[in-house]
Write a protein that binds this ligand. Structure first.
Ligand code: FAD
Length: 290
């Protein structure tokens, strides 16, 4: 199918883009890499009357470590740019982000799809959304009223629903601290498909202890899941097991017991819980071995 007719606007800069959005109202949508929006328009799931193209705004294409040791990623940075970023740009302790890119679609999608587009789209199994929730990312959004920072914790509201206002553009994502013992893993029916369930963990590991004795060097950690609710979620019940010195298996069992995933054509509730059990334990093992 072809999309419904629309008017095309190429923004000169971010100010121009937000002014256009404010002027055109709810009938306008930003287009970045087009890897999600164009498919939705072709299926007539989205019918914006106006597209505001930000793809050429180089000011939104940056990647680097800031003075506080955080990782700042411009919204137009592609998945592939992150996947192939040299260590001097990505810094140490952000390998989990680089490695997670391999799970996103196929190479042609990763060379066009953007970090900002993925987060603004807000798919519950999107790797960027899961990483942001796991690692306490902050999003910088700009509108004609200025800039504001939105914590990932309060950004995702439900299926494809975020805190962004219609006239706001996501300009930057900030991961505030390195996560040297973090890992993301998932299960999809075919390589390149969206995950049915994804799991990510960020472990607090005592480096002076034996890293390979499972759990013994782990003082606590964070556990986040995608594909079990309308948005990626942290699982405090599983994190409590890690804080109490429990095994990875017990942590995974606690995660599976805590969630109530939806049942749909991609998997039943019981199947998704089974995936949670397997993937959380796997992610913990990968994270502690880093
Ligand atoms: P677009 O498609 O241009 O836009 C998506 C939405 O975000 C639109 O609503 C748009 O208005 C809005 N938007 C875009 N940029 C901004 C901005 N800066 N500020 C505010 N709003 C903005 N993704 C995954 O995470 N994991 C996968 O496994 C995966 N598999 C895929 C497989 C296929 C076959 C395809 C086609 C896509 C897949 N994707 C997957 C989606 C891909 O990651 C997209 O790149 C991403 O979801 C959207 O990025 P984009 O730049 O293409 O955004």
């Amino acid at each position: 199918m072809k999309p419904a007719a629309f008017c095309y606007h190429r923004a000169r800069d971010v100010d121009d883009a937000t002014a256009l959005l404010a002027e055109l109202g709810d009938d306008a949508k930003v287009i970045a890499g087009g890897q999600s929006l164009v498919a939705m328009m072709n299926f007539r799931l989205a019918r914006p009357g106006h597209l505001v193209d930000i793809a050429r705004l180089r000011e939104l294409d940056h990647l680097g470590i800031d003075a506080d040791g955080g990782l700042r990623i411009g919204a137009l940075t592609t998945h592939h740019t992150v996947e192939t970023a040299p260590s001097r740009k990505l810094g140490t302790g952000f390998d989990v982000i680089r490695d997670a890119m391999a799970w996103i679609g196929h190479l042609p999608i990763r060379t066009r799809g953007t970090v900002g587009g993925s987060i603004a789209h807000g798919d519950t199994t999107a790797e960027w959304c899961l990483l942001a929730v796991l690692l306490d990312a902050e999003f910088v959004a700009q509108s004609p009223r200025g800039r504001r920072r939105i914590p990932a914790d309060g950004f995702f509201f439900g299926y494809y629903t975020t805190a962004l206002e219609p006239d706001e553009i996501l300009v930057e994502v900030v991961f505030p601290r390195p996560a040297p013992h973090a890992a993301l893993t998932e299960f999809a029916e075919r390589r390149g498909d969206f995950a049915i369930v994804s799991a990510a963990v960020d472990l607090d590991v005592a480096v002076d202890l034996d890293l390979h004795a499972e759990g013994s060097a782990v003082r606590g950690g964070r556990v986040a899941l995608g594909g079990v609710a309308a948005m990626p979620v942290r699982v405090p019940e599983a994190e409590a097991v890690l804080a109490d010195g429990g095994s990875f298996r017990d942590c995974a069992e606690a995660a599976a017991a805590a969630v109530d995933p939806p049942s749909d054509a991609n998997g039943s509730t019981a199947y998704r819980k089974h995936l949670v059990r397997t993937l959380v334990e796997r992610a913990c093992k990968e994270a502690v071995a880093r």
